[in-house]
Design a protein around this ligand. Structure first.
Ligand SMILES: Nc1ncnc2c1ncn2[C@@H]1O[C@H](COP(=O)(O)OP(=O)(O)OP(=O)(O)O)[C@@H](O)[C@H]1O
Length: 753
């Protein structure tokens, strides 16, 4: 049995940036390698005298981890290979550098990694047969947690006669290298909870001890938590008991008496019982801050650390009996082999899983990035298409406005025309941009395929593959939805435009019907009045025939227009009796076959002769009419009062009048226009393009004026027969068809969704 005092090293850590902001004055003065003196800070107003402490080692701020290890442990720790227990504990306030000094397991390694590495090096060099088992636990709020197996929540400390203090149920893993230890710590740290005290325990099974017997030793690294402030303060019982034990052991030593040491009062002191006055070599690394901020903690650390220097341990080697040794060896070997396998499997599994996760995350990221790009380009295209459509509509509206502007308002006219040109340029630019973007989308199909192939070819598990395939499907669906939505809004835009047009045209149809009705009445009236009068044949007979035919379509004797021979100008011929029905005569010599027909004998074919007077007792509808010549859109203005000459006979003219004051239309029969006047008007040719006005008769009597008619409401030309009217009706049907198709399309769109 060897008597050996606890060794205590003081490590002063460097100032932190935060501490330097307050003050760079140190509270500790290192007098030599073993002595440190406190400098009570005046700023803190603490009335204390300077005090000097002695330790085994005092390490100043700039000392390296390596130096500390080489000074305090490099060879000392190897005593565990001889069967002697060894404990290294870090003690000190929060943030004083305990973990940094003791358990740092990356880069600037702490004492733990350096010690284990030294042990493995030694075992390897001397080819010694030693097995090392590792267990890792945490003490928090007087509870033990197994950090190598988080399922183990029911750990229990027991006292064994032969083995000393034993943690029942704790997992022990065999380690064969420093690297394995680092990996285990890394895994364990992930499940670490609130840190208070951490204990890393190594059991060394020494098979080649010079005694020829199995020797077991323990190496413990204890990273002790400090007294927590606030709510935690009372709960760190373990540290309070530890301080108490140190204090009592120190007193006992000073007084040279036997004192009861309350190790059992806390989990920590129970586990460290052998390290404090028991069978173990112990190194206490006390960490302190040089800053004024931590002065009180520094003093407390130095005080307890100094007390610890007086504690004496008695070290002895624990040797097992032969048969017992054999059993333990076999058991240990068996355990070690199993645990080794398990560890390797775990590590393999973990790295494989990690690879899969990384691969999967990468593919997922690629998919998301790709479809975000697709979506944003598609959105841009639709947005621009919508804007272009809006602009086009705007242009149409402006165009209509332009048509209404009178040429006399040249400035306004030019301004609007420029605006239209500008808008057209903008639309062109927009459409070019759209084309550019659409070019970019060409590659998307190939890229999508590449993403799908990547999933198939990858060594991912089926669940992951399925997830990624579904992800692509989901994005494609989203894009389709986006497309339908965008098209819907463009359809709506078109629909609005068409509805606008349709309602306008409906108004015109109503108007037309009213005109027709009035015209019919007028014709019937005139027919009765003038039935006995004779009329001269009109030129332009084809139109006259068409008109007359329509007006007298109830008369079954009248031939169809198609019956009239080509090249022969048909005209209406009226037989002598004024009461006879009007009949058509065609020239005889050019239609021999027809002349044979009995039914047509009544009609004599005649070479058109301007002198022949048509005695057909129908009202002669004035051939030249502004309605015939002028574009219908020029005939009526919805804003001013306009009279539209509709039907003219020798005696009267009936006009269709829009009265903006009353907001409606009305029919007026006006004063007579004599045939001579009519003739004059007929001869007067007004070019359609230039005709911005036409002659109207004001309802206010004789003031026959040439009024300026602004273009406005569309009105059918020659009421019921002009090509325009026919075209208009066709257009209406066409529009309705379009609207119907559009509606069908719109109904289908949500079904697609
Ligand atoms: N000697 C040193 N050199 C450089 N940095 C250090 C040193 N000591 C401590 N630090 C740094 O100071 C910070 C606190 O150190 P550490 O976590 O080791 O303190 P602690 O005493 O273990 O604190 P706690 O008890 O709260 O866990 C860490 O960022 C650490 O890297």
């Amino acid at each position: 049995m060897l008597l050996d005092n606890i060794k205590v090293a003081i490590r002063i850590r460097p100032f932190t940036n935060r501490e330097l902001e307050i003050s760079d004055i140190t509270t500790l003065l290192v007098l030599d390698k073993e002595t440190v003196s406190t400098i009570p800070p005046i700023e803190a107003g603490i009335r204390q005298n300077q005090k000097t402490y002695n330790f085994n080692w005092v390490f100043d701020r700039m000392i390296s981890q390596k130096e500390i290890f080489e000074t305090t442990l490099e060879y000392q720790v190897l005593s565990v290979l001889d069967g002697i227990n060894f404990t290294i504990m870090s003690y000190g306030a929060s943030g004083s550098g305990k973990s940094h000094t003791l358990v740092k397991y990356a880069e600037d390694y702490g004492l733990l990694i350096r010690s284990i590495n030294k042990i493995f090096q030694t075992i390897q060099n001397k080819k010694r047969q030693i097995a090392i088992k590792f267990s890792y636990l945490e003490i928090s709020q007087e509870q033990l947690y197994d950090l190598l197996n988080n399922m183990n929540t029911n750990l229990d400390i027991r006292d064994d006669q032969d083995k000393g203090v034993v943690i029942h149920g704790i997992k022990e893993m065999e380690i064969a290298s420093t690297q394995e230890l680092i990996q285990l710590i890394q895994i364990a740290k992930k499940q670490k909870s609130l840190k208070q005290h951490e204990l890393l325990i190594f059991s060394l099974y020494i098979q080649d001890h010079p005694d020829g017997k199995l020797v077991v030793s323990k190496l413990i690294f204890a990273d002790l938590g400090w007294v927590e402030r606030g709510a935690q303060k009372k709960k760190n019982i373990s540290l309070q008991v530890l301080n108490n034990c140190i204090s009592l052991l120190n007193e006992a030593k000073k007084k040279n008496t036997q004192t009861f040491i309350p190790y059992r009062n806390s989990k920590l002191t129970r586990l460290l019982k052998e390290s404090l006055g028991g069978n173990s070599k112990t190194l206490m690394i006390s960490c302190v801050s040089p800053a004024i901020l931590g002065y009180e903690d520094t003093i407390q650390t130095l005080e307890y650390s100094q007390m610890a220097t007086t504690i004496t341990n008695q070290t002895s080697i624990k040797v097992f009996q032969d048969n017992e040794q054999q059993l333990i060896m076999e058991q240990t070997n068996h355990d070690l082999v199993n645990q080794n396998e398990e560890l390797k499997k775990q590590l393999n599994k973990q790295s494989q899983k990690q690879n899969e996760v990384i691969q999967m995350q990468q593919i997922e990221k690629n998919i998301i990035q790709h479809f975000n790009r697709e979506s944003s380009i598609q959105e841009d295209i639709f947005k621009m298409q919508y804007e272009a459509e809006q602009m086009k509509q705007g242009i149409k509206d402006k165009q209509q406005l332009l048509d209404k502007i009178d040429l006399s308002e040249r400035k306004k006219y030019n301004q609007l025309r420029d605006e239209i040109e500008n808008d057209q340029e903008k639309v062109e630019l927009q459409e070019n941009e759209i084309k550019k973007l659409q070019k970019q989308t060409n590659d998307f199909t190939i890229q999508r395929k590449a993403l799908q192939d990547n999933i198939k070819q990858n060594s991912l598990v089926d669940v992951d593959k399925l997830y990624l395939t579904n992800l692509i499907e989901k994005f494609i669906l989203k894009l389709q939805l986006q497309e339908i939505k965008a098209k819907e809004s463009i359809y709506q835009l078109h629909q609005q435009e068409q509805e606008k047009l349709l309602s306008l045209q409906n108004n015109q149809i109503t108007l037309r019907d009213r005109i027709i009705e009035e015209q019919r009445k007028q014709i019937t009236q005139n027919f009765k009045l003038n039935s006995t009068k004779r009329y001269t044949k009109s030129d332009g007979s084809s139109q006259l025939i068409t008109t007359s035919k329509s007006k007298f379509k109830l008369n079954p004797i009248l031939p169809k227009v198609s019956d009239i021979q080509q090249g022969q100008e048909p005209y209406l011929y009226r037989q002598s009796s004024s009461r006879q029905t009007p009949q058509l005569q065609t020239p005889k010599k050019k239609s021999k076959s027809r002349s044979k027909s009995k039914s047509r004998d009544k009609f004599k074919t005649k070479i058109p002769n301007k002198n022949v007077i048509d005695n057909l007792s129908t009202p002669q509808i004035h051939r030249y009419n502004a309605l015939d010549r002028a574009s219908p859109s020029k005939l009526i203005d919805s804003k001013s009062m306009v009279a539209l000459p509709l039907i003219q006979s020798n005696r009267s003219v009936t006009k269709f009048v829009y009265d903006s004051k009353s907001g409606g239309y009305k029919f007026l029969e006006e004063q007579s226009i004599f045939p001579q006047q009519v003739q004059k008007q007929q001869q007067k040719q007004i070019p359609i393009e230039q005709d911005k006005s036409f002659l109207i008769n004001s309802s206010r009597g004789s003031s026959v004026q040439k009024n300026h008619i602004k273009q406005g409401l569309l009105l059918p030309g020659k009421v019921n027969e002009s090509l325009y009217v026919k075209g208009f009706i066709n257009k209406e049907i066409e529009m309705k068809m379009k609207l119907h198709q559009l509606n069908l399309k719109m109904k289908k769109a949500p079904q697609k969704k």
